[in-house]
Write a protein that binds this ligand. Structure first.
Ligand SMILES: Nc1ncnc2c1ncn2[C@@H]1O[C@H](COP(=O)(O)OP(=O)(O)OP(=O)(O)O)[C@@H](O)[C@H]1O
Length: 763
């Protein structure tokens, strides 16, 4: 295509800018080499430049100062080339694509100036050749159309006129597309972006952030930001760009470790892990609720995952649903607190501290110690004090223990190193006391102390972590007494949990109440260093979990993103939003709706929208594709043959094809047949990498992910049978970007009954 003059002018500017960047990169690289060389040199000669003299105490002090000085010098050099290397990486990204937009802007009476916007800023002497997308002025690109605009500058609101808004698609230094936009951020550009094939990692969206998304990204006034958005409306994307924005805006005071993102599973963590590094930022802390809870519960108790529980529920083994609901309610959370209050004067269950099969401090004694403290002391204070006391007592016990025969036996097994140390110690001691005869006693004393200390170190740790509190028994006691504390609980609730404890695991629904009970008793393990907490897929959090997160992060700002229509256990009666307001307070709380879906073609979004019963307000982005296909097969064999057919067809034009089954079990059964016909990867667990090509994956693991093509493994009436599965089917269908097929073994699910036949092809 011949380019007009304007295009050539822009390409020339791109060339000039890149030239300057390359030049700067070269200069930086030679500096990096020099500094790295210096650091290497310091490392090589580290000990030569240090004065080592350990004869007298003064010399030791001098030596350590000298070592410190050298180490600081080295660290400073390493830091400095670390920074430079980061800058080189930034330049590499800019050299590939220096910017994606230009807005011309002028304030009254001033000449119009072009502002070029890219993923990072670039300055040549005093002039900004590229502005960071997060800079204050860049917001006019996302918010405004040519005409009067304003933006928030550090010194107040600035007003002016936007004379031009232009977008670029630049790759490898070449302008591949250029659009001047009038109305909003160009649809052409979005078309380009959204039309591309899926990737195994999420991409950043900074070039095409939409106005409503920009509001969320740049919100700095809310303490609680709740985003309810349709599938594919960019919730996760917005969360990640928001993190990048906050890191930029508060770059002097906020670090990536002070932000944490709770995501649905590890697969998802892996999927989103490249967005921030691509934008030149470090990743925030990323965790899943399970990982977080497991770390708190310790190694001896395996926490059941939501995924395990879902598998049970989907396979129809959900007889405990009602109990799980009670345990997930806010009332239950409060009940734990009420129960703890009853323990102020008695009732805490302790366990013996044991060593070598024998009790060294009996639980009765600990209880006595505990309740001897004044009632005005909080329980957690008393635990602190008891631990202190027990540690002291342990010292005494250790002294006695050193005299026991087993210690002498263990001495025989010690290596030469220990004997040498003992010998040196004994020599010094006897020299001081002028008593050569007791040298061997000193040796023994030294070794006995060492042996007992080593064996006692785990007991010491146990005391510090309140192992002497019998938390499992205590929790079971609470569950047994549930009718006393929990409104609506008519029976005791300990049977399932008791059985699980015996097998060494903690049921999903017990996780939070169990940890909360422990925290209330022993003092909470809150983190005050986390400034921002992000929670994706918030609809899958129970009230108990939400209340616990608030309790754990009392000083943090929260951003929550979710879609009630994607709840894994169906939607519940009370609105989650009301509940969140109750838990987190309404002050500085902001609710934002995202209704436009960007992921899928218009045809797919129109179809999946109809799966939902309530006529939700979901808009689609006008991107054309084929109508979804619904195929009915007679029998399992034929159904799987159809799946194979679709997969082969789609694989030709897709990077990623996902065959999504309801449960892991259903996938596993199909896998045996499918693997003979297809080159496919079965994603069974969350700790997997997401490969390109064809994958087979259970519904709940596909949460938050997207694929070029999706094939619903079995959309029959026997699989997606009741209302509770409506949201699940919606979640599965909305994973598709370009192609969607539903294969049904026998009659199709009634959940499609209301979908007009014009919205899909029946084959
Ligand atoms: N402004 C945008 N520009 C370009 N692409 C966008 C934009 N907003 C969203 N997208 C794309 O739409 C897709 C869906 O985004 P994302 O996964 O963030 O949505 P979501 O709301 O979290 O979805 P879900 O709830 O279904 O998991 C992604 O491919 C994302 O890149």
């Amino acid at each position: 295509m011949p380019h007009d003059e304007e295009w050539l002018k822009e390409q020339k500017r791109v060339d000039d800018t890149i030239e300057k960047m390359k030049h700067e990169k070269d200069t930086l690289l030679s500096k990096v080499r020099a500094v790295r060389g210096e650091a290497q040199e310091i490392r090589n000669t580290f000990w030569e430049d240090v004065t080592v003299n350990l004869d007298e105490p003064d010399d030791v002090v001098e030596t350590s100062a000298s070592v410190r000085q050298q180490a600081e010098l080295l660290a400073e050099r390493e830091r400095s080339y670390g920074h430079m290397e980061k800058d080189v990486k930034k330049l590499d990204r800019l050299i590939y694509s220096p910017y994606f937009a230009r807005v011309d802007f002028h304030e009254e009476g001033e000449p119009s100036e072009p502002i070029y916007i890219g993923i990072a800023s670039y300055r040549d002497e005093d002039e900004y050749l590229v502005y960071d997308w997060r800079a204050p002025i860049s917001s006019i690109y996302y918010d405004g159309v040519p005409g009067p605009v304003s933006y928030q500058a550090p010194d107040g609101r600035r007003e002016g006129i936007m004379d031009l808004k232009r977008q670029f698609l630049i790759r490898r230094g070449h302008i591949e597309a250029m659009f001047d936009t009038g109305v909003s951020i160009g649809d052409e550009m979005l078309q380009e972006m959204l039309g591309a094939n899926a990737n195994t990692h999420m991409k950043n969206i900074v070039a095409t952030i939409q106005k409503e998304q920009n509001r969320i990204i740049r919100d700095v006034s809310s303490n609680l930001l709740f985003v309810q958005g349709a599938a594919g409306s960019g919730k996760t994307s917005v969360a990640l760009q928001r993190i990048a924005y906050l890191l930029y805006r508060y770059r002097d005071s906020l670090h990536s470790e002070q932000m944490v993102l709770f995501s649905p599973n590890q697969l998802f963590n892996h999927y989103v892990s490249k967005v921030l590094p691509e934008l030149g930022e470090n990743n925030m802390q990323q965790t899943t609720f399970l990982e977080f809870a497991q770390a708190r519960a310790g190694k001896k108790l395996k926490v059941e995952s939501l995924l395990e529980q879902m598998e049970e529920a989907l396979e129809g083994k959900a007889e405990n649903r009602k109990e799980a609901q009670i345990k997930g309610s806010l009332a239950f959370f409060h009940a734990v607190r009420d129960y703890v209050e009853k323990l102020l004067n008695g009732g805490i269950l302790f366990r013996d501290i044991r060593f070598k099969g024998e009790t060294i401090v009996a639980k009765e004694k600990i209880a006595e110690m505990f309740y001897a403290y004044d009632k005005s002391y909080s329980l957690s204070n008393r635990f602190q004090l008891v631990s202190k006391k027990l540690l002291k007592e342990l010292e005494q016990i250790a002294k006695e223990e050193r005299k026991k025969p087993w210690v002498e036996e263990e001495m025989e097994l010690l290596g030469t190193e220990a004997f040498l140390a003992a010998h040196q110690y004994a020599e010094r001691k006897s020299r001081k006391s002028n008593d050569a005869f007791s040298e061997s006693n000193y040796e023994k004393e030294f070794l006995a102390r060492k042996i007992v200390n080593r064996r006692f170190s785990s007991i010491r740790k146990q005391i510090k972590t309140f192992h002497y509190l019998h938390i499992r028994a205590q929790y079971l006691d609470f569950l047994r007494r549930a009718p006393e504390f929990v409104p609506g609980a008519e029976e005791r609730l300990d049977a399932k949990t008791r059985a699980a404890f015996r097998e060494g695991w903690l049921p999903y629904e017990d996780t939070v109440p169990f940890l909360y009970l422990f925290d209330l008793l022993t003092g909470k393990a809150t983190s005050s260093s986390i400034k921002y907490v992000f929670i994706d897929e918030i609809q899958d959090y129970s009230p108990v979990q939400l209340a616990y997160l608030r309790y754990l992060f009392p000083y943090s700002k929260f951003t929550m993103l979710g879609d009630l229509n994607q709840s894994i256990f169906g939607t519940s009666g009370r609105s989650q939003m009301e509940l969140i307001k109750e838990i987190f307070g309404e002050e500085k709380a902001q609710v934002v709706y995202l209704t436009k879906s960007y992921r899928s073609t218009a045809q797919i979004t129109r179809f999946t929208k109809e799966i939902l019963a309530g006529g939700e307000k979901i808009e689609w982005f006008e991107r054309e594709g084929d109508l979804p296909v619904v195929t009915v097969a007679r029998g399992k064999e034929e159904a799987l043959a159809k799946v194979v057919q679709f997969a082969k067809k789609y694989a030709k034009e897709s990077n990623t094809v996902a065959i999504i089954g309801k449960s892991r079990k259903q996938c596993a059964e199909a896998y045996e047949t499918l693997r003979e016909e297809l080159d496919l990867t079965f994603i069974e667990k969350e700790y997997s990498d997401l490969p390109e090509g064809i994958i087979l994956i259970p519904s709940y693991l596909a949460k938050g992910l997207e694929f070029d093509s999706v094939i619903v493994l079995d959309a029959s009436a026997s699989v997606y049978k009741d209302e509770a599965e409506r949201t699940l089917l919606y979640t599965v269908g909305t994973r598709a970007m370009h192609h969607l097929a539903l294969v049904s073994n026998g009659p199709v699910t009634p959940l499609l009954d209301k979908v007009p036949e014009t919205l899909y092809v029946k084959k």
